[in-house]
Design a protein around this ligand. Structure first.
Ligand code: SF4
Length: 496
């Protein structure tokens, strides 16, 4: 602030992650957006909450408001495994060090700020606040928690992607109408122009210079990745992306993505590889309903489950064109798709949906994987897949067949890596045994396994907490015993 000649910041943002000026980090995006609107924004990453609280005082009082976020992940998911064991590392902290943020960081930071500056508005946002905005089941304390606004004492909560609501908050503070805002502001679906404006802001794509010489693992993962769109219409029951980013796909223009690719090629560590040209689901770029009026009235949580909606346009042409253009940018040698894909968008149990779908799959495998195609059937048993809101395992079997055919034709030594989830509601020990014996998985490496974690605001968490499937009201088996959950997971590593 001294270097900039600022007496006072307009907005001060506190957050649980290290500060990386990259559009994959929410606080960096909010800071850049507010800065572009003419506000003076300061960021305090990972403040010390255990000492005399000097980090919360050092920049003084902001002219407008404080913003608080736990970081890119819920702090409890960041700190604990599904078996409730404390993790020894933290990918969002320099050198992967654990312990740089408190449990329930949003609540802890807000309470401190309210104690020190009781008359300054505190606005909370990010994944932790957004997904705890209602009364919710908390797995770690095994109880129903009140909405986080109540628990934290914050003045306002921004739910979902926060750019536009944060501008609204700043303007309201400026003109004295903050008290008239609703206590929860929701991120509105963004247009392509708005998405382009956000991603065209002058991010340095680097960690703050204070971390020089230190490694931030999450930054290493994303420094050469590019986001093509937001939102997901897959509606998997265990995933909270839709509750945070929305079901409607909001895509950037090709031109904006290409500008970001060119900017990447000037990065000091650029070696020619884009590690991920993706999004929550990489192959939903520019997709959505053909008849928008139908979509506006639609109540379905998923456009893909239990069947692909007839109104859904699953044309992969825009994505194929994008991949081609990105590969033509001088300096780009490889473009990989690291994000997940939905293969029920291009395939059913009889084969590819159309010629473009086939071409998408072939280009994906031959040009955009580094030899390992990672896909997520999540289970083999249909009753478990139904509880998850995922398509039948028959589709994976078909995909695998197409994959083998393709690599045989092209003479490639590539692998297909399926991801699975154990101990999801509805999944018994017998289901895991059936998975481990499934003949379609013979010779397939199945080391990618996740023990189900009930995170706030998902349908699966509701099943876990209540023992009922909220879609039918019927009883559903839930494995809550940690040792038995571990046994379910161990089936993946049994010798076949
Ligand atoms: S009408 Fe179909 S395409 Fe549109 S939102 Fe509903 S399920 Fe999705």
């Amino acid at each position: 602030m001294d270097a900039l000649g600022w007496e006072q910041a307009d907005v001060i943002l506190f957050m649980g992650d290290a500060y990386v000026d990259h559009p994959s980090f929410g606080v960096a995006v909010i800071a850049r957006v507010l800065e572009d609107k003419g506000y003076k924004v300061a960021v305090v990453p990972q403040p010390n909450w255990r000492d005399d609280l000097r980090d919360f005082r050092k920049l003084g009082r902001p002219r407008l408001f404080f913003g608080v976020g736990a970081g890119a992940m819920d702090s409890m998911v960041n700190h604990y495994t599904a078996a409730k064991r404390l993790r020894s590392d933290d990918a969002y902290t320099p050198e992967g060090r654990a312990g740089a943020r408190p449990d329930r960081a949003t609540i802890v930071y807000t309470k401190i700020l309210k104690q020190l500056w009781p008359d300054v508005p505190v606005v909370i946002g990010g994944v932790e606040a957004s997904l705890r905005r209602e009364r919710h089941y908390d797995y770690w304390d095994n109880c129903i928690k009140p909405p986080i606004l109540e628990e934290s004492g914050a003045d306002l909560l921004v739910a979902g992607m926060g750019e536009m609501p944060m501008i609204q908050v700043a303007e309201a503070c400026e003109n004295g109408t903050f008290a008239q805002l609703p206590r929860i502001l929701f991120g509105p679906v963004l247009t392509t122009e708005e998405m382009d404006w956000i991603y065209d802001l002058p991010f340095t794509r680097l960690p703050h210079p204070r971390y020089r010489g230190k490694r931030i693992p999450a930054y290493d993962m994303i420094k050469f990745s590019i986001t093509t769109h937001r939102g997901c219409f897959g509606g998997c029951n265990f995933c909270a992306i839709t509750a945070h980013q929305g079901k409607l796909i909001q895509s950037r223009s090709e031109a904006s993505i290409l500008r970001e690719v060119e900017a990447l090629t000037r990065h000091p560590e650029w070696k020619g590889t884009i590690s991920d040209l993706g999004a929550p689901t990489a192959n939903m770029y520019r997709m959505g309903g053909r008849n928008k009026e139908l979509c506006a009235k639609c109540q379905r949580p998923s456009c893909l489950y239990p069947n692909r909606c007839k109104n859904l346009n699953y044309d992969h042409t825009p994505l194929l064109q994008l991949y081609e253009k990105v590969l033509r940018v001088p300096g780009v040698k490889h473009v990989f798709i690291g994000s997940g894909i939905r293969y029920d968008l291009f395939l059913d149990a009889n084969g590819f949906l159309d010629a473009t779908c086939r071409r998408y799959f072939e280009e994906l495998v031959t040009k955009h994987t580094s030899g390992r195609l990672k896909v997520a059937p999540e289970h083999t048993e249909d009753k478990v897949l139904d509880a998850m809101g995922k398509p039948s395992f028959k589709l994976f079997v078909r995909l695998e067949k197409e994959f083998r055919r393709l690599i045989r034709e092209k003479g490639l030594k590539y692998e297909i890596i399926p991801y699975f989830i154990s101990a999801h509601p509805g999944c018994t020990m017998q289901d895991m045994e059936a998975l481990s014996k499934n003949s379609a998985l013979h010779g397939v490496r199945t080391e990618q396994v996740q023990d189900f974690t009930p995170t706030p605001m998902t349908v699966s968490t509701e099943m876990f907490a209540t023992g009922r499937d909220p879609r039918t009201g019927k009883h559903i088996f839930v494995e809550r015993d940690i040792a038995k959950k571990q046994r379910q997971k161990s089936f993946f590593f049994k010798k076949r």
